[in-house]
Unconditional design. Structure first.
Lengths: 152, 296
């Protein structure tokens, strides 16, 4: 009996030791201690985000300033263009009027023969060459010459 | 018979490998003036011919740099201005492309059909540095000039300057027509043959020129070649036009316009000419005759 009691006692103690060891091992005493509440990587990311937001705000401010400067220059340029267009239209109207006057004068001159006579004699004013805009039309006259691509 | 035909004095001669015709509406003998015109054409040919080894142009092309005559400076300036104005469609640096296409001698000597010595295209656009004050021209490495595109017009203009003191005059250098003064009819009537029949263009001021591949063409290795080089490809243009007659403020201007319109092709040429107010007659290879500007 005494021996059985001892064996029972020993079995109970063995089981107790087994479960105590199990609990101790399951608690991973060799693992690193629990870290602090804030992960430094998250802190770095947060700092980076804050910096990027500051920079984005600066860029937005810079773009707004530049846009305002551009809009100012655009308004000035548009006023200059409008003034130039007005001047050009006035010049164009004056040129059209002058062209009509010249055409009328040429039409009047065309009534008289315009063949030059002999070579300019001494003392006569030298001929003045003026380049006029090209003027051409389809006519029904006997041709005096012909044009074609280059032939020998 | 018109008044002009009764009173016109006329001389025809050959120069620059083409026929030249001079007309003056005056009654007095003009032999001296016509002689001066012939001499002027001969002189300009000696300056600008790319087929003469001793010409000023050939020496410039060989050396790449030269102090040049007034004529050379003026014509190169005109050519560079035309290159800028036409956004490169007219280009004086097509010399090597012409040679590569087989046009390496006077047209009369170009073999109409040959095999085995064709070369690939040579794109143009080389730098040409013109110093008008010092009268010097420097060509970029590999760049050589061909001024044949405007020299006949330039010569016709110079000839008109010589004839003008004798009366209203017209000089026709193988289709490139310059006029000075106005005859009694009010215009100089110039015939242009088209597939739709002849047209008579009444030119009052300016110049008139025709460029086309209807005559100057040949074949190399079975491919048709012609002398109107597209500077961007360095090969004969694939334009759908056969020839273009254009009117300009001067004969040189007309030559430039005619070549630029030719290279543009019919659709773009009509749009450009109408937009820019260029009077022209375009003959397409399918026989269509298109007219623009005052001739439209």
């Amino acid at each position: 009996v005494r021996s059985q009691t001892t064996r029972l006692y020993l079995a109970t103690v063995t089981l107790l030791v087994f479960f105590v060891l199990w609990t101790a091992i399951a608690s991973h005493p060799w693992a690193a201690p629990v870290r602090s509440a804030v992960d430094p990587r998250l802190a770095a990311l947060a700092a980076r985000e804050a910096r990027l937001q500051r920079e984005a705000a600066q860029v937005r401010r810079l773009i707004a300033e530049r846009w305002q400067a551009y809009a100012r220059r655009l308004r000035v340029r548009q006023r200059q263009i409008a003034a130039a267009r007005l001047r050009h239209e006035r010049l164009l109207a004056a040129a059209r009027a002058a062209t009509l006057r010249v055409a009328a004068a040429e039409a009047a001159r065309a009534q008289a023969p315009v063949y030059a006579a002999a070579p300019s004699s001494a003392g006569a004013p030298a001929p003045r060459v003026v380049t006029l805009p090209p003027q051409v039309q389809i006519v029904h006259l006997a041709p005096v010459t012909a044009t074609s691509s280059s032939r020998p | 018979v018109t008044v002009a035909e009764r009173t016109l004095q006329r001389r025809a001669f050959a120069a620059m490998a083409v026929s030249i015709e001079c007309l003056v509406a005056g009654g007095d003998p003009l032999d001296e003036a016509f002689d001066a015109v012939e001499e002027e054409f001969a002189r300009l040919e000696r300056v600008f011919s790319r087929f003469r080894a001793d010409s000023e142009l050939s020496r410039l092309n060989d050396a790449g740099f030269a102090r040049c005559s007034d004529d050379m400076v003026e014509v190169v300036a005109l050519a560079l201005e035309a290159r800028a104005r036409t956004s490169g469609r007219f280009d004086p640096t097509i010399h090597d492309a012409l040679v590569a296409a087989g046009y390496d001698r006077t047209f009369a000597d170009v073999e109409p059909e040959a095999r085995g010595h064709g070369r690939g295209p040579v794109p143009a656009g080389g730098l040409v540095d013109l110093d008008s004050a010092r009268r010097t021209i420097r060509l970029a490495a590999g760049a050589r000039l061909d001024l044949g595109g405007i020299v006949k017009g330039y010569a016709a203009e110079r000839a008109c300057d010589l004839l003008l003191p004798y009366g209203p005059c017209l000089v026709n250098a193988a289709g490139d027509v310059a006029v000075r003064g106005v005859p009694a009819e009010g215009v100089w009537p110039v015939r242009l043959d088209t597939p739709a029949g002849p047209l008579t263009l009444g030119l009052r001021h300016g110049g008139l020129a025709t460029s086309g591949r209807d005559y100057r063409h040949w074949t190399r290795n079975g491919c048709e070649r012609h002398h109107l080089i597209d500077p961007f490809t360095g090969a004969p243009s694939a334009s759908d036009l056969l020839c273009v007659t254009a009117v300009g403020a001067t004969c040189v201007d007309a030559e430039v316009q005619a070549k630029a319109l030719f290279l543009a092709g019919s659709a773009e040429a009509v749009a450009c000419a109408n937009r820019d107010g260029i009077s022209s007659v375009l003959v397409a290879e399918d026989g269509r005759v298109l007219r623009t500007g005052d001739l439209g």
